[in-house]
Design a binder for this molecule. Structure first.
Ligand SMILES: Nc1ncnc2c1ncn2[C@@H]1O[C@H](COP(=O)(O)OP(=O)(O)OP(=O)(O)O)[C@@H](O)[C@H]1O
Length: 477
């Protein structure tokens, strides 16, 4: 995979103006205030269409008054030949009539050269975000429709045979090159960190991946760790300390457990994302961030935000690209795959021969809800392999662990309380307790693949009690 310098935006921006000093000052302003550095400059109006034919452009900043080919002529040509390219007019004429004409011809926005620089930069940024979104939308659609992955190798660490995970892969691939943050959510142990590594690999940036767990960091430690400090910033600050942002230059900054970030630090992170600038502690010279941000959490940020514990504006910024990893209990086909993988891994790590296992093990695991997800399965397998002696893996340690926790009360699909209620919604009269017990026993036996030991655990009775019930059921038939 080719590594690249972090360019923003992911498409080229063409500035067209016959006055070289204007192009120069505009490109400096765009880079300094918004980190826009993927810029191509052009002073000669007759070259514009040739340059655009090279491809890779998403935005043109176009002067109106130029020799040879006027801006509105060019605008007409661009919008008809490259309708996906957005054009912003930057004109010396402060009049309504040419502005209206340009908008009618398809310009996205119109600025006068004497407008404040800030407004112009904000307008350009707005257009960039719109083009990024449109590009990504197109990418995602095409990948989902064709069920294709361009870089399957980047996902090799993440084992899965699940369709919804494959869709998550495709989504991640479509957004991985964007410079906007990526939010990864999912329960604990589901593989968020693996996805963050994969996002970094897919982005193709040349810098490193720098990870930091922000849970429990007080605001000063957070700022010092991320932004670094100048000598004398506080009593023990004798030398310059490079922050994580600088260490992640042209790479990825991965902030784990973002849901636990203190409210004061949330404000600082928001500013960093909005402006792309930060101040090391004790310094009045801003530095520009040129790494992309990936964050992860196992918390429900929607809920936290509603409860006032997570800033809405930060949440909004972070979830522009949102990757949600489903829990293991809703992708049960992955369990045997992961089980086999961890068996091999554990045997190798512990210097043992890879054991085989009874079929019953897969059934036992298929009925367990795995609150700790893949990490929990991994730990169970390592534990079993470490104590195992014969050729076939014993189920004892699995049963002990699973027995200590309650098995899924209503099986894999019982995800919400609402479903529990729905069982009775349409019933005109309630079934008898014996009928329900019989149904429950049959369902447990079905889920346990006929294994009485597992079925009895599923419904919380002893195996002899289950066996007695089954006998009774048979007699009653
Ligand atoms: N699909 C998978 N294939 C192979 N290994 C996996 C997969 N998912 C998770 N793992 C492994 O499970 C363990 C937990 O994964 P990881 O640390 O990425 O989870 P997490 O969601 O970041 O957890 P936490 O929320 O606790 O930080 C790791 O050892 C990881 O390698």
């Amino acid at each position: 995979m080719n590594h690249r310098k972090l360019l923003y935006p992911s498409f080229k921006v063409l500035i067209v103006d016959d006055e070289e000093p204007f192009i120069r000052s505009l490109s400096i302003a765009l880079e300094r205030s918004a980190g826009i550095n993927n810029i191509r400059k052009c002073q000669e109006s007759r070259d514009v269409m040739g340059i655009l034919s090279e491809g890779g452009f998403g935005l043109v900043l176009l002067d109106l008054n130029m020799p040879y080919l006027s801006g509105d002529k060019l605008l007409e040509q661009i919008t008809s030949e490259y309708p996906e390219v957005v054009v912003i007019i930057i004109s010396g004429i402060n009049q309504i009539e040419p502005a209206v004409r340009c908008m009618k011809l398809g310009a996205y926005d119109y600025f006068v050269k004497t407008n404040e620089e800030d407004r112009l930069v904000r307008g350009v940024n707005r257009a960039i975000q719109m083009v990024e979104m449109a590009k990504e939308h197109k990418e995602i659609r095409s990948r989902l429709l064709h069920d294709r992955l361009e870089n399957p190798d980047a996902f090799e660490e993440i084992l899965t045979c699940d369709k919804s995970m494959r869709a998550v892969f495709q989504y991640l691939e479509s957004v991985a090159k964007s410079s906007m943050p990526i939010l990864i959510t999912g329960e604990s142990g589901v593989g968020k960190e693996l996805f963050a590594h994969t996002a970094h690999r897919l982005s193709g940036v040349e810098g490193p991946l720098v990870s930091i767990n922000v849970a429990g960091l007080d605001d000063n430690v957070f700022s010092d760790t991320l932004f670094g400090h100048a000598p004398g910033a506080f009593t023990s600050a004798h030398e310059v300390r490079k922050g994580m942002i600088e260490q992640a230059a042209h790479g990825t900054l991965f902030l784990d457990e973002i849901g636990d970030l203190s409210v004061t630090s949330q404000v600082k992170l928001l500013r960093l994302i909005q402006n792309g600038e930060y101040y090391p502690l004790g310094s009045d010279r801003p530095k520009r961030m040129n790494s992309r941000i990936v964050v992860a959490t196992n918390q429900d940020l929607d809920k936290k935000q509603a409860a006032g514990e997570f800033r809405k504006d930060l949440y909004y910024r972070l979830c522009a690209h949102h990757v949600h990893i489903p829990p293991l209990r809703v992708r049960r086909d992955d369990i045997p795959l992961l089980l086999n993988h961890f068996l091999g891994e554990a045997a190798e790590a512990l210097g043992k021969k890879r054991p085989t296992y009874p079929r019953e093990l897969e059934t036992l695991l298929a009925n367990y809800p795995f609150p700790g997800n893949v990490r929990e399965l991994q730990a169970m397998v390592y534990d079993a392999v470490s104590t195992h002696k014969s050729k076939v893996l014993s189920l004892d340690s699995f049963k002990r662990k699973i027995g200590a926790m309650t098995l899924a009360p209503n099986g894999p699909e019982a995800e919400t309380d609402q479903q529990d209620e729905r069982i009775f919604v349409s019933s005109k009269s309630l079934p008898s307790i014996h009928d329900v017990a019989d149904l429950l026993v049959s369902e447990a036996m079905k889920r346990a693949d006929g294994n009485q030991s597992i079925a009895s655990r599923l419904i919380g009775i002893s195996q002899p009690a289950l066996s007695k019930r089954l006998k009774k059921q048979k007699q009653g038939e």
